[in-house]
Design a protein around this ligand. Sequence first.
Ligand SMILES: Nc1ncnc2c1ncn2[C@@H]1O[C@H](COP(=O)(O)OP(=O)(O)O)[C@@H](O)[C@H]1O
Ligand SMILES: [Mg+2]
Length: 243
Amino acid sequence: MKLFTLPDRKEVEPGAVHAPVMDMHKIDPFYDELFKGLRAKIEYKIDMVDLRVLAVSSAIAGEGKTLTAINLAANMASTGRKKVLLLDLDFRKPSVGKMLSFPKGPGISDYLWGTVPKEEIIRKATMPGLFVIPVGKTNSSPADTLAGEKFRSFLQGLRSQFDLVIIDTPPVLPVPDAVTISEQVDAFIMLFRLSYTPHHLFRKALEEIGERKIMGVVLNGEEKKSDKYYSRYYGHYYKKVAQ
Ligand SMILES: Nc1ncnc2c1ncn2[C@@H]1O[C@H](COP(=O)(O)OP(=O)(O)O)[C@@H](O)[C@H]1O
Ligand SMILES: [Mg+2]
């Protein structure tokens, strides 16, 4: 089921400022190069079976979901082949808007719980072909709303408006949101942060989502024992790419 390995940025360039996407025209070259690989693997699969809504999730917080969702969406849009929407559904810890330095404004919560129309929450990113829906106002109990009809038809509408919708979700184990939307999502990409996430929690998260729905796993970071291997075979290459 393994799809892709994302090495730890800090280990490759000690002391580097960690900014995955400075703005949508200037993706960090380190991530850009890496996510091209993931994009190629995913693009092949989604075109074969016409998958339109992909969720990025993991067992616990801090595994790299948002980082992966943003870079994957930007990389998919950068080919010009797909109109891509990045949807932040992490109501508890919304970070897509922040990571992209978007000015504050209405988001999905203002549409679902408020009266803001759909057209006003879809923001255009600076990169052509990429659109973003941030969370907007935070809400502490979104699971019921995500199970409701308004969200269902909203997502259905996005399917006809975009070629690909990438959803940044909250972690699977602490809150029910990711499992709640799983029926409406075509496939999940799961993150597993090496030397960080307990294995039994990762397995539990896979069970909760159900293997049938999981397209693959992104291994984020490196297991200590493999450091030597990576620096010998890839370290030099990654350094070059990151310059
Ligand atoms: N491969 C990586 N290299 C360096 N920093 C990383 C890597 N993956 C994640 N991080 C950092 O770890 C923190 C958590 O990542 P984030 O994508 O916000 O996780 P999540 O959305 O799963 O909570 C962020 O500061 C992020 O920049
Ligand atoms: Mg996140």
